[in-house]
Design a protein around this ligand. Structure first.
Ligand SMILES: C[S@@+](CC[C@H](N)C(=O)[O-])C[C@H]1O[C@@H](n2cnc3c(N)ncnc32)[C@H](O)[C@@H]1O
Length: 282
């Protein structure tokens, strides 16, 4: 496995994913009872944008750098940006640190969760796992596993809290990841039908995404919200944008997302290309 998320940290697709994640956790934590966040493909927890990897692609310039420059972002985007500021302040020990570090999904979840919530992470790549483990060393609320995230779904569901958000965020290095999701998600829902499941995917070929939706529609009998944001037109073999399907979306989550999407698209689009939408697949 060659994938390293450090090349893509803070990219426009990371920003979209992490703002949706922030919105989901905010919706779920409106209820006062504890919940369990499961991150099946966790990465390292946070990323150094000054590293050789990040500097090589500079993908953060089209993502977090654009968002951070906006005045008056919507409140949920502000909440996400607070996480970005927090990691920078924490690691540079200055109150107004500029942008150097970028928090990954488990770190964002950690900042947003309450004292009785719990995080379970899986990471398969040994080096990434070791970094992730060091990041959360001594944190009793976070469990870090060197494991295949799809197998983790079997091991960790249902959670004892009976309330859970599962993020499935594979690298999509090979196409079989769409089929692994189509196979694993119904099985996970069988084990734990009331969980909220968020699955991120790249939008490169529209046909591929449509095929994925059709499979989900066929195999899953629970409500599914599809969220898409593209910043380029439908260019073949090109990362035009990304999407997230949310199975069992929390109450009023669609409303919150629809308030953010126009702002986010306007901030991230290249020359007003691409589009955004959020709609119920079923
Ligand atoms: C897109 S990155 C994750 C980014 C992270 N979720 C975030 O938003 O900050 C995907 C991660 O999955 C890891 N990975 C790949 N295949 C995996 C598998 N089968 N199970 C668990 N982790 C896997 C990769 O090493 C990589 O760190």
């Amino acid at each position: 496995m060659n994938y390293r998320h450090s090349y893509h940290a803070g990219s426009f697709t990371d920003v979209i994913k992490h703002i949706i994640l922030t919105t989901l956790i905010t919706s779920i934590s409106r209820k006062d009872t504890p919940f369990c966040y499961i991150d099946t493909h966790a990465g390292t927890g946070y990323y150094d944008l000054f590293s050789d990897y990040a500097k090589k692609t500079k993908e953060y310039e089209g993502g977090i750098e654009k968002v951070i420059q906006q005045e008056n972002p919507p409140p949920l985007v502000k909440r996400y940006l607070d996480c970005v500021h927090k990691i920078n302040n924490q690691l540079t020990e200055s109150t107004f640190a500029s942008l150097r570090y970028y928090p990954g999904s488990p770190m964002i979840a950690r900042y947003l969760m309450g004292p009785h919530d719990r995080i379970i992470t899986c990471e398969l790549q040994l080096q990434e796992y070791q970094t992730l483990r060091a990041t959360f060393a001594g944190d009793k609320q976070v469990a870090v596993h060197h494991a295949d995230g799809f197998l983790g779904l079997k091991a960790f569901l249902p959670p004892r809290e009976r309330r859970s958000l599962v993020l499935i965020d594979p690298p999509y290095e090979n196409l079989d990841e769409f089929s692994r999701i189509a196979y694993s998600l119904p099985a996970a829902l069988k084990r734990f039908s009331t969980g909220v499941y968020a699955i991120w995917y790249p939008i490169k070929e529209k046909n591929q995404v449509d095929r994925f939706y059709r499979t989900i529609e066929e195999k899953i009998s629970y409500p599914v919200l599809a969220i898409e944001l593209t910043i380029y037109p439908d260019l073949p073999q090109h990362l035009n944008g990304c999407g997230m399907i949310v199975v069992n979306p929390p109450w009023q989550f669609d409303q919150s997302i629809n308030e953010i999407l126009p702002w986010l698209w306007k901030t991230l689009t290249i020359n007003a290309q691409g589009a955004y939408c959020a709609y119920l697949l079923k």
